[in-house]
Design a protein around this ligand. Sequence first.
Ligand SMILES: [Mg+2]
Length: 306
Amino acid sequence: MAQRNPSLSALGEFGFIDRVKKQAKSTLTSAVIKGIGDDTAVCRYSTQEHLLLTTDMHVEGVHFQKGMGGEKIGWKALACNISDIAAMGGVPKYALISIGMPSSAHTDFIHNLYKGIQKAARCFNVAIVGGDTVRDSKIVVNVALTGLVAKKHLVLRDGARKGDQIFVTGSLGNSLKRGKHLNFMPRVEEAHYLVKKYKPTAMIDISDGLIADLYHILEESGVGARIEENNIRKAPGATLEQAFYDGEDFELLFTVKKRDAQRLLKTSQPFSFIHIGEITDKKKTCVCVMKNGQEKKLQRRGYTHF
Ligand SMILES: [Mg+2]
């Protein structure tokens, strides 16, 4: 029997999100196309476009240490939201930046933090239009970002079907050690190229880890996956385990129909798209064909907050 008042660690991050999702359901209107459960929310906007909304919070001691440098942390705080907009096939537009900090915080650090946010905003044509500042016991940065997506280019997590082919946009694993998690380029250009030329059936950005994020697609689409060890491109210094389960690579993971995949693989591409496997009808099951030819079931795990 489910506990009535479980601790957050007993409930887990995704258990908690499920609860919130149920509570939020009664507030949804017909203007909401997608609420909780994708990279961003999707709402009706105009005859041609949908509005995208997303937010991400970064807390000192959990997501960053001050020693990492304010500018890099600022870049990351906005860039990971931009990455979520990209995963929907959208264009980032307007940001609200809220910061909590202790009165003892050094103004240099805060100045550099904003500098990093500004750098990412300029790079991706995002306008910073507001926010809030509060006193807190440690530094907390929250970024809320809106975006727009052409209706015909919107990609959700729930469209993957048996036979679709699975791709990623880069090498994976070891992101934290390599510092990639602080200076990655959100794959906005790649996403726009894909939605225009190949119309992915499902897409997500890899923040929790390849396997954890692949499971998000499998769950939403009601399908399974078979990936090949031989096709996984490990980042420098990364083991296969790290390529599977490390988070914060911020590459795109997407599926396309078989005929589009053949076209994608045959044509020379301006970006790197790595074919890693295919969608199966074994619901919510991900297996990996290992180098020795044997199939191994991959457990769903990755970084969770609680
Ligand atoms: Mg995401």
